[in-house]
Ligand binder design. Structure first.
Ligand code: NAD
Length: 298
């Protein structure tokens, strides 16, 4: 059975997704994470177009293989470049292994399924990955996406070991909760990514490309200000909240510095700041549970 740690290292920042990054510091961050007991790293060919995988591979070189789990993705090859066809997926998987310097992925994720035809993903992409699993190239097969309905529909007619949902269990959005019982009933593990709403709930705020509507960005900005006024670190409060999600196998937070790793790992032991959580949620107000469009068929 797939067993994930409570906190996982999201590697999209290693690809420069949230802004410029120092590769040597990224590598130190991965090493510090391993020292502090983080054993799960999530990357993708899309993150910096191979850079995240390459840097993660450099960091993991020489680390005993049994000390960590690596997940990477297939199907999304660029900002608007999706191809879930079996030959492309198999070639992409091999290229990921090459960049990572590994001969096996622990988790393989069909990346952002709302941009594909779910029937085709069920009939073609997932069987190709099952063959790759039989050949020893991957261990666990799952899917990611923003709209919860896309993950639900795929899980309804295809076998999945896990789903990777993002930005749906945060201080600003807990809509993932409603789907957890049906995944639990089928032993499909749920990974909750982007507990900081891809930067919405951090002191630095979201990157310029963030797809949230302006009202949600502003509401989260107010929540961040409320936390600061109370003397709290908004990112810590937001992560503390997400780590307490009931029925979630792992929470994936994006990081690229040693300081972030140390702060975020410390949250595994710190008590939640319930009063600041409540104040931040109140500041988000009517924007609570609001998301943004993603996909070609929704
Ligand atoms: P996130 O909510 O984890 O936020 C990441 C941002 O917060 C980065 O800018 C990071 O530098 C910053 N940050 C992290 N810790 C901080 C701290 N203690 N204080 C202040 N700022 C802090 O968003 P994310 O990175 O998008 O999500 C986590 C990971 O989940 C990704 O890296 C990726 O691996 C995965 N993910 C997958 C999908 C998908 O499959 N479609 C989508 C989103 C995320």
């Amino acid at each position: 059975m797939l067993t994930l740690p409570r906190l996982g290292f999201g590697c999209s920042p290693l690809g420069g997704v949230f802004g410029p990054v120092d590769e040597a510091e990224s590598i130190r961050a991965v090493h510090r994470a391993l020292e502090l007991g983080i054993t799960y790293f999530d990357t993708a060919p899309f993150y910096g177009l191979g850079r995240s995988e390459t840097v993660l591979g450099q960091a993991l070189a020489g680390v005993p293989r049994e000390r960590y789990l690596v997940g990477s993705k297939v199907g999304r090859w660029g900002e608007a470049a999706f191809d879930f066809a079996a030959p492309r997926v198999v070639a992409g998987l091999e290229a990921s292994l090459e960049r990572l310097g590994l001969d096996r992925l622990d988790l393989v994720v069909v990346h952002d399924v709302e941009f594909g035809d779910l029937d085709r993903i069920a009939r073609e992409t997932l069987p190709a990955l099952a063959k790759a699993r039989d050949a020893g190239l991957v261990r666990w097969i799952g899917a990611s996406g923003l709209p919860l309905v896309a993950l639900r529909k795929l899980a309804d007619h295809a076998p999945l070991d896990f789903v990777l949902s993002y930005a749906h269990y945060t201080l600003a959005d807990t809509t993932l909760l409603a789907d957890l019982p049906s995944y639990a009933a089928r032993a499909i593990q749920v990974i909750n990514a982007s507990p900081l709403g891809m930067g919405l709930l951090t002191p630095e705020g979201p990157p310029g490309w963030h797809p949230a509507p302006a009202g949600l960005v502003q509401a989260c900005g107010r929540a961040v200000a409320v936390a600061k006024k109370r003397g709290a670190d908004p990112a810590e409060v937001a992560l503390g909240f997400a780590l307490a999600a009931p029925g979630v196998a792992s929470t994936l937070v994006g990081m690229h510095t040693v300081a972030q790793v140390e702060r975020n790992v410390a949250m595994l032991r710190k008590p939640r700041d319930l009063a600041t959580e409540a104040a931040m949620r109140q500041a988000i107000g009517k924007w609570q549970g609001k998301s943004w469009p993603s996909g070609t068929w929704l």
